[in-house]
Design a protein around this ligand. Structure first.
Ligand SMILES: Nc1ncnc2c1ncn2[C@@H]1O[C@H](COP(=O)(O)OP(=O)(O)OP(=O)(O)O)[C@@H](O)[C@H]1O
Length: 579
């Protein structure tokens, strides 16, 4: 429930709408409540006394009340929708922004499916709850209390029936409302499961096809979908008992009213119109309670959603700015001093005591076996993760002292997995620097050897990249990802295994372009191929998170066993040193 209160701040900007809506509803309900009493007067005074002018007068009054009620209802609907839709839109926006600022470790705590459910159906659930709250919540209790009060004033002879009916109805509604919160939390968790499966299957569609695992994936989806179905049916069936149960109790109330009413009419204690009005008010009481319970149930369903939303909104990005961070420009000297790092703090570190220094303009090659920690080293430079021990310095200052956006602006990072967006080639490359000119775009494409294939498209750099860049080859994706890093003209350029799918001739041309255009940048080239790093000023040889060799190609080939082994395996396997 605390989460719900935390989210009320999103209503504040629309508070006026949120106040007008229930006021309009009060008008509608008041008009509804008057109707049975007018009817009672028409029957008992007008029709019984054959007083036609009185009947017509009361009839006009009844129509007027209905029109005013209608206006109130329409107005309430308009303002309630405005409040609920704006409220939900703002929460959705904040969720998206929060997730965008998540550090990698924050992301690891939530599944993608859960985050998608959060932004879509959890927010939708809150929107519906608020809409119902504003539209119906005032109506429910007001109708309920109003009808009881009017019965007490105008039909006191039949009032004892309410003492029997109302507590049973209230108890049933309380019980079912409580239960529905628990049931719908389970439903929402099952929705997470479905979203996660869909997202995973769509992202891995090619692997699924290549391994002929379509049936396996469909079976897995059937399982999560089945769980969702079962939980939905279970929740709906249980909640579905409430309506017939209340109708049953009300029907008993009506029978009692007719029985007691008949005795009292016979005794001349009451008139027939009072019985009809009482039955009407009894229906209103049931309607009021039912609509209150619907709102309460919607709120009960929304509470788990609110908890899940607040959990994401309150997740603090683990990597953030210190107060008064450094915003001065970066030259590009990078120093690692005894850096150790573990993804899982309970496990052995994946980087152990790493130390090296790169001067501005240097090229640092990082080579080693799969899983030796190469990508992890370079990910510490833009602070995708923070070191657990030791310090990473840039221009002599600890990296954590830099303003994050100043730091990241100085870095051109092409990650191992070339991620492109469903936009044009131009938009994807300029993602590196929005204000880049067409000449700079062409230059970046040329340096990464992407221009040659881009020019073959009819629409050249306006060619649209599909979601997941499925309309490009692996090498083409890598070249565009490099172009995106190049266009930044960064002080620090990081290429994490970005030429693994690039042919050796193109790779040589890319190396040449980097040497020509990025003389002043500090360059980090991660690769498992000797050919990619052999011209580096310093090569770091990594083994199981430790630096086991440091030097130029010539120094290492002469003295370092691990490096010699890598070289020999690449030559023996038919690899090339690409002189
Ligand atoms: N996000 C992560 N969470 C947990 N462990 C991780 C994560 N990323 C990498 N690791 C682990 O850290 C170790 C080093 O991984 P890293 O990606 O740095 O190796 P690498 O040398 O770049 O490997 P490759 O040549 O295959 O790209 C591996 O054991 C890997 O399983």
């Amino acid at each position: 429930m605390q989460s719900v209160f935390k989210l009320t701040k999103y209503i504040k900007p629309y508070l006026l709408f949120a106040i007008i809506a229930p006021i309009m509803m009060v008008i509608e309900v008041s008009m509804d409540l008057i109707q049975p009493t007018i009817m009672q007067h028409i029957i008992d005074n007008g029709i019984a006394d054959n007083d036609k002018p009185y009947v017509i007068k009361m009839f006009i009054f009844m129509v007027l009340c209905a029109v005013v009620g209608l206006l109130g209802g329409v107005g309430c609907g308009i303002y309630a929708s405005k409040t609920a839709i704006n409220f939900a839109t703002d929460i959705r926006q904040d969720l998206y922004e929060t997730i965008t600022y998540f550090s990698n470790s924050n992301k690891d705590r939530f599944t993608l499916g859960k985050l998608i459910t959060n932004i879509t159906s959890d927010v939708e659930m809150l929107q519906r709850a608020l809409l119902m709250l504003l539209k119906v919540f005032v109506r429910g209790p007001l109708t309920f209390i109003g009808a009881i009060v009017i019965v007490f004033i105008t039909a006191r002879e039949l009032f004892p029936i309410l003492l029997f009916v109302v507590p049973i109805l209230a108890l049933a509604i309380f019980f079912f409302t409580k239960l529905s919160g628990k049931l719908f939390l389970k439903v929402q968790e099952a929705v997470d499961g479905v979203n996660t499966k869909v997202q995973e299957n769509l992202a891995g569609i090619r692997v699924i096809k290549a391994y002929n695992r379509k049936k396996h994936q469909i079976d897995q989806f059937t399982t999560v979908n089945g769980t969702l179905m079962k939980r939905n049916i279970h929740a709906d069936q249980i909640i579905g008992i409430l309506m017939p149960l209340t109708a049953f109790v009300v029907n008993i109330g009506i029978i009692l009213a007719l029985w007691l009413g008949a005795i009292k009419v016979e005794n001349d204690t009451i008139e027939v119109g009072m019985i009809l009005a009482f039955i009407n008010y009894l229906m209103m009481i049931m309607g009021g309670l039912m609509s209150s319970s619907n709102v309460l149930m919607q709120i009960a369903r929304a509470i788990p959603s609110a908890n899940r939303i607040v959990e994401v909104l309150e997740e603090k990005p683990e990597i953030h700015n210190i107060s008064n961070p450094i915003i001065s420009s970066i030259k590009g000297e990078v120093t690692f001093e005894n850096v150790s790092f573990a993804y899982n703090k309970n496990n052995e570190p994946v980087l152990k005591n790493i130390s090296f220094r790169a001067k501005p303009g240097d090229t640092i090659g990082i080579i080693g076996m799969t899983g030796s920690g190469k990508s992890t080293i370079v990910q510490l430079i833009p602070r995708l993760f923070d070191a657990d021990q030791g310090v990473v310095r840039i221009d002599g200052k600890p990296i954590a002292e830099y303003d994050l956006s100043t730091l990241r602006k100085a870095i051109g990072f092409a990650p191992q997995k070339a991620t492109l967006f469903s936009k044009t080639i131009e938009e994807n490359v300029k993602y590196g620097r929005d204000e880049a000119t067409l000449e700079e775009l062409i230059e970046a494409l040329e340096s990464s050897c992407a221009l040659e294939f881009v020019e073959k498209f009819d629409d050249k750099e306006q060619h649209f990249i599909t979601q997941g860049a499925t309309n490009l080859s692996g090498g083409q994706k890598q070249r565009l990802a490099m172009a995106r890093a190049f266009i930044r003209k960064p002080a620090i350029l990081i290429l994490d295994d970005t030429t693994s799918a690039v042919d050796s001739i193109s790779e040589k041309r890319i190396q040449q372009a980097i040497a020509n255009h990025f003389k002043e940048s500090t360059k980090f080239i991660v690769s498992s191929k000797i050919s990619s790093i052999r011209h580096a000023d310093t090569i770091l040889v990594l083994d199981d998170g430790c630096i086991v060799g440091k030097g130029t190609h010539e120094q290492l080939i002469a003295t370092n066993e691990a490096y010699q082994e890598i070289v020999s395996t690449q030559v023996v396997r038919g690899g090339t040193l690409n002189e």
